[in-house]
Design a protein around this ligand. Sequence first.
Ligand code: GLA
Length: 395
Amino acid sequence: MEVSANQQAADLLKSAFGPGPAARIIAAPGRVNLIGEHIDYHLQAVLPMALERRITIAFRPRPDSTIRAISAGQPRREFVWSKGLEQAPAGDWANYIRAAAETVSLRWGTGRGIDAAVVSDLPPAAGLSSSSALLIAFTLALLDANGIEAGFEDLMDVLPDGEQFVGTRGGGMDHAASLGSRSGHASLISFTPPAVEPVPVPAGWSFLVAHSLTHAEKSSAVMEQYNSRRRAGAEALATLGFANFTDVLKAADFASVEQMAASLPEGLVRGAFLHVAGESLRVLDAAAALKEADAERFALRLNQAHASARDQLRISHPEVDRLVVAALESGAPAARLTGAGFGGCSVVFAPQDRIEAIRLGLIERFYAGRAEFDPAQHLFEAQPGAGAIQLRTAG
Ligand code: GLA
């Protein structure tokens, strides 16, 4: 019989830290973004969905302020929770735990520590937000251990900044999706103020997550690429005299966006402007298509989103492009890169009646002969899962 993630985490807790009171469980899912890339940090709406794959933490509060953590395949970590924690060396997984502790203490103060054991079925460095899920799960565990109630908005206020501790500062998409998604639904996320509108995924619609087998580690090189796209968008706004993209988009359509872009110098600044403005419009249209179960229009917007990410914002990778082509050639109506870009995964729109053919087509066209290919990690159906808040209520 398959052992549940909760049980695995509880067993790991016991074997690492000894027997004790019953473990408490917190889980935070990863996400796959359906459409809306590199626009959340410009506060434009995005359309991801949470996955059924998640980080699960079994934990027990401690009487003192020590935090001890273990994770399968990672070295055990231990530190005393105080204000102004120092970072562990770059790349050390302890930084996500430290980020969670720092996130809680900046807003609520320090408190009791925890013994915690982590299990995950999320592939790391794939653009599926495993790192945000880890930060969220630890943050919720520390809050729970200290009897602090924090709602979606409180958490959205602190989590994106908290992630800066790990050296990354994206937008709020990953946190909002991992916290606020509802099972069976995609999440239309807006940011002013942060809110999640659950949109049911129509019957017969399904999605594959397909890994390009190139890793989008949040290394400094990739982070620099990510930040340069953010700067290019800001520079475009400044050049055109806008305070933000919301003002740009007040009365804009695809044609007027192109007209505005024409006065920007050619290159990344113009590309970023065209991408962010166009992508923002595409998200709203794709969300409308999802609500109306209009597969053709939805697919069109996803395919346009990939082309724009590749050609305007230039965040794709040759292997991701090859994977997207392989998906389309295998009969998928749409496929695009998902997440920060520069490698990682693509999301493939694969209607239920074609999903097996598309999966086999991808194996033949893209994965054949790749020894590192592991279907469970690299090619799986993305079931729209519950966010951490729904998981807790259900749990
Ligand atoms: C990363 C960031 C998100 C978002 C995406 C790109 O996942 O964490 O906030 O910017 O990249 O859409």
